[in-house]
Write a protein that binds this ligand. Sequence first.
Ligand code: NDP
Length: 330
Amino acid sequence: ATEIRLASRPHGTPTLDDFSVVDVEEPEPGAGQLLVRNIWLSVDPYMRGRMSSAKSYAEPYEVGKVMQGGALGEVVKSDVDGFAPGDVVLHGLGWRSHAVLDPRHVARVDPDAAPVTTYLGVLGMTGLTAYAGLMEVAAFREGDAVFVSGGAGAVGSVVGQLAKRKGASRVVGSAGSAEKVRWLVDELGFDAAFNYKDGPVTEQLAEAAPDGIDVYFDNVGGEHLEAAIDALKLHGRIAVCGMISQYNATEPPSAPRNLTQVIAKRFTMRGFLVGDHYDLRPRFLEEVAPLVRDGGLKYSETVVEGIRNAPQAFLDLLAGANTGKMLVRV
Ligand code: NDP
C-alpha cells in the first residue's frame, strides 16, 4: 500500500519536497470496519489551506501524517452487513491506496447510474458547490448577467453552464489560457470569456460585459474581485466560493481597493461553504444528473495516473494544468 504524507508546511507555492510518498503495509480492518482500495482521488484547492497550520474551516493536516481528501474506492474486505467486496464507495480518506473506514463515513455509489468519477466532480462536491453558490448564495434569477472566475475549473465550468441553462442574459468566464477560453465559448456556451493573463481584468471584463453584471461567482479573489465590483450593477450579488489567487500568497492582497462601492451600489457579498448546503443535494441531483446524462451539461476531467504522482497533480492544479475536475487514478 502507498500513502502520501505531508512532509513540511509550505511557505508560498508548495513543492514536491512538501510531500513524501511512503510504502506501507496493507492496513487490516477491525471489527465492524471496511477495507477500501482507492481507485480515484479528488485533488482540490482547499487542500492548500490544510497544508498550513493557520486555523480555518478544515483541520490542518499534520506534518508527518498521511493527508486526507475525497476518494472513490472499491470495498475489498467487509465486516459490515450490507457492504460486500466490489461495492464502490465515496469517502474522505484519499491520498492513500488503501483506507480502513467505519461504514458511517462512507456512501455507496451506483456505478451503473453515471461514470463513477462524476461523483467526485460534476455530480459530487464541486458540482454541488456550483449549484448551491449560484442558486442559493447568489440567488440567481432569470435574466441575470453572470461573471464567473476560474471558469474552466471544476466549479466554474458548472456555474457558467447552469446560469446559461437557467436563462442568464449573459454569462462571462475568465480562465488562464487561450485553450480554456475557447472551451468555455465554443463547447460550454459561455457568451464571452477572456484570459486573465492577457491584460487587466477590469478592462477585459468591461469589454466582455459592457452592460455590467448582476452576479459575480468568485473563485479567485484579488484583482478579479476588484474588477467584478467595478462591473457590478445596482443591488448586485457576489457569492464568494474561493480566492485561489491568494492561497499561496505570503503578503496581504493588494486588491480589491474599491470596496466603498458597496454603499452606492448596495451590493451584497456572501461567502459560503458547500458543507452547509448538503440539504440541496437531492434537488441538485434531480436537476443536474439528467443534464449530465444527456450531454446538456458538459464536463471535463484531467486525469493524472498513479498515486505516486498525486503531489504533482496537486501542484499542477494550483498552476492551472487542469480543465474541469482534477483527479488521480490510483
Ligand atoms: P479548479 O478546478 O477551478 O482548479 C483550480 C484552478 O484555479 C486552476 O485550474 C487555475 O486555472 C485557477 N487558478 C490557480 N491560480 C490562480 C490565480 N492566481 N488566479 C486565477 N486563477 C487561478 O478548482 P475547483 O473548481 O475545485 O475550485 C474552484 C474554487 O472554488 C477554489 O477557489 C476553491 O477553493 C473553491 N471551492 C470552494 C468550496 C466551498 O465550499 N466554498 C468548495 C469547492 C471549491 P487557470 O488556468 O484558469 O488559472
